[in-house]
Design a protein around this ligand. Structure first.
Ligand code: NAP
Length: 300
């Protein structure tokens, strides 16, 4: 199949591209800027500019399926949440539906409950607009992802090595972190799945559900002692998240502060079904190193 991967140079997109090529598909990448010299050439397909179905027709003329791995953590100028997460994907979905193309859209877990964050609300609105435009599109909701090279994953791995770790006191939601390479494999399998056997919503996670404090212990390098984990009061964590948003600093955003307070665990985990094996755990085994346990010092 000829598959267009939007956001194919991103953390998730790179793994989707690799898994699709592994299966022998002919892959094209879409991004904000064209790059003809990249190993897989990149076409300029900026979602915040392609807001009508007609804007997508030329881009879809020679593809059989599309995977949308595009997302932004923070808005920049015309790249607003509304355009990138909602209007662009809705136009894409309508254009795919017109041509009868399989569309796999990467969303996230934890969007269902009411949220104050515009990031979360735009992602949920994006799912709804996409579904209205393309009733057969596949919406994939992965849990938090671990792996090499992701912006958030790199920060979480870094913080896991610090001797003192500040965590929002509200960050008690269980997280079933998944390996990003396994998400790539699942998406490649969904792209090629026969129509009748393909679900419209797929929730994915790793084998263990842990709060952020325990996940950090899992990701701590062997030989390091137990860190001091300090819970920030809600007001301080909230101010910190808004400051990070203003400065575009770190993946700690107001949206992720809200997400950390809720479960990031699939209602029904489809990972094993689509991988053909159980998903792999993330990080080493903290319990075996004697780190697991109530390391969190409550300040809140
Ligand atoms: N990382 C996680 O743990 C995780 C977990 C669950 C869900 N998700 C969701 O998965 C999506 C992707 O996450 P990621 O970690 O792969 O992010 P990422 O590494 O930042 O990649 C995002 C990709 O989106 C593309 N992009 C951004 N704005 C664009 C625009 N206006 N038009 C076209 N392309 C644009 C970028 O392409 P160029 O830079 O090449 O232009 C980049 O390749 C997000 O929606 C995120 O919420 C992520």
């Amino acid at each position: 199949m000829r598959v267009l991967v939007l956001g194919g140079r991103g953390f998730i997109g790179r793994h989707v591209v690799a898994a699709l090529r592994q299966r022998g598909h002919d892959v094209q990448i879409g991004g904000r800027r064209a790059d003809a010299t990249a190993p897989v050439p990149v076409r300029a397909l900026a979602l915040h500019r392609l807001l009508q179905p007609a804007d997508w027709r030329a881009a879809l003329a020679e593809v059989d399926a599309v995977v949308n791995c595009v997302g932004i953590l923070r808005e920049r100028w015309a790249q607003t949440y509304a355009r990138v997460h909602c209007q662009g994907p809705a136009a894409l979905a309508a254009a795919c539906a017109e041509r009868g193309l399989r569309l796999v859209h990467v969303s996230a877990l934890g969007l269902g409950a009411p949220a104050r964050s515009r990031f979360i609300r735009s992602k949920r609105a994006g799912e709804q607009a996409l579904r209205a435009a393309h009733p057969d599109a596949v919406i994939v909701r992965p849990s938090l992802l671990d792996g090499e090279g992701g912006f958030g994953a790199r920060w979480i791995r870094r913080v896991a090595q610090w001797p003192v770790q500040l965590l929002p006191g509200s960050a008690r939601g269980q997280i079933a972190a998944l390996q990003v390479s396994e998400l790539g494999e699942v998406i490649a399998a969904l792209v090629a799945a026969p129509g009748p056997g393909c679900p419209r919503e797929v929730e994915l996670g790793g084998p263990d559900a842990l709060p952020m404090s325990e996940l950090l212990l899992r990701l701590r390098a062997p030989g390091r002692g137990a860190p001091l984990q300090i819970a920030l009061p809600a007001w301080l964590a909230r101010i910190g998240s808004h400051v990070c948003d203003l400065l575009h600093f770190s993946p700690f955003s107001f949206g992720h502060l809200e997400l950390m307070g809720r479960a990031n665990v699939p209602a029904t985990n489809a990972a094993a079904q689509w991988l053909g094996r159980p998903p792999a755990p993330v990080g080493g085994c903290a319990a075996a190193r004697g780190l697991a346990g109530p390391a969190l010092e409550r300040a809140a």
